[in-house]
Ligand binder design. Structure first.
Ligand code: IPE
Ligand code: IPE
Ligand code: MG
Length: 258
């Protein structure tokens, strides 16, 4: 017999789905893709934008609700200044170029991360893109920029501390649910499927909290070579797995049948 609380994962639609609601991707391997072609790394980032375009429309066509893309980590500032500068430029021009088409396709854009570190002009363009697309009811496209999973948890903790200071929260009331409510993606379903391209099998400070029960998928393919077909391979892998959320396989089967 399944316990009563277990039905929560069913209600959230996290059991027995063959199509993920939320896909989160670490788009890795741009630099190596370029280096293999004896091109400067920046060409790989540019080619990566084409892959983003393909995957965004493929997700929309498949009825995926949320796509979160890791575009720039809080650790990527450690790269050579020139590469960082070119990446900032690429963000800016891409946002400018793509916004109309995304809006037309009913995509809702959201940025997560510490945006205060970005050039003023980029911050303005981000705010504008979010504002223009806010009421769209198609795919929610979340771009993680200057994002770090540790930063996310720390900023959530800081907000709770503020509530404690203001006297609206007791320290003893701080629990996982309250902390989760202050995280960047609190209003969206948690990722069902995580994809990392480029061959590395690590999280690199992406969504640390939110990935607790996400299915992980790694591929050697470099990000610029990722396309709708590659996405379907990842989705097929997702669909073949039994998610158990701590329960037994038998419990899961009986809950799915319920
Ligand atoms: C990912 O590709 C893009 C960003 C981090 C901005 P990389 O630039 O990390 O590519 P590799 O891993 O060096 O090949
Ligand atoms: C993770 O890739 C960040 C993004 C794809 C934006 P990295 O290339 O920065 O990760 P590490 O340094 O290899 O772990
Ligand atoms: Mg990399």
């Amino acid at each position: 017999m399944a316990e009563e609380g277990d039905t929560a994962v069913v209600e959230e639609g996290r059991l027995g789905r063959s199509m993920p609601r939320h896909v989160a991707i670490i788009m890795d391997g741009n630099g190596r893709w370029a280096e293999r072609r004896k091109l400067p790394r920046h060409f790989g980032h540019k080619a990566g934008v084409d892959a983003v375009r393909k995957v965004v429309s493929a997700c929309g066509e498949r009825g995926i609700e949320v796509l979160t893309l890791f575009a720039f980590s809080s650790e990527n500032w450690r790269r050579p200044a020139k590469e960082v500068g070119l990446l900032m430029e690429l963000f800016l021009t891409t946002l400018q170029k793509e916004i109309k088409r995304l809006h037309k396709n009913k995509v809702r854009i959201r940025l997560i991360g510490d945006l205060s570190a970005f050039p003023e002009k980029l911050q303005q363009r981000i705010a504008e893109a979010e504002r223009v697309t806010a009421d769209n009811d198609g795919l929610t496209l979340v771009i993680a920029a200057n994002y770090g999973g540790r930063w996310d948890i720390a900023q959530a903790a800081a907000r709770l501390a503020g509530q404690v200071k203001a006297g609206t929260l007791e320290p003893g009331q701080v629990d996982a649910e309250r902390l989760a409510a202050e995280l960047s993606l609190a209003d969206l379903p948690e990722p069902d499927l995580f994809i990392r391209t480029g061959g590395e099998q690590r999280i690199s400070n992406f969504l640390l909290w939110q990935l607790a029960y996400t299915e992980l998928y790694f591929t050697d393919r470099f990000w610029p070579d990722f396309d709708a077909e590659a996405l379907d391979e990842a989705i097929a892998s997702f669909g073949s797995r039994q998610r158990r959320f701590g329960m037994t396989g038998h419990q899961v089967e009986s809950l799915k049948g319920a």
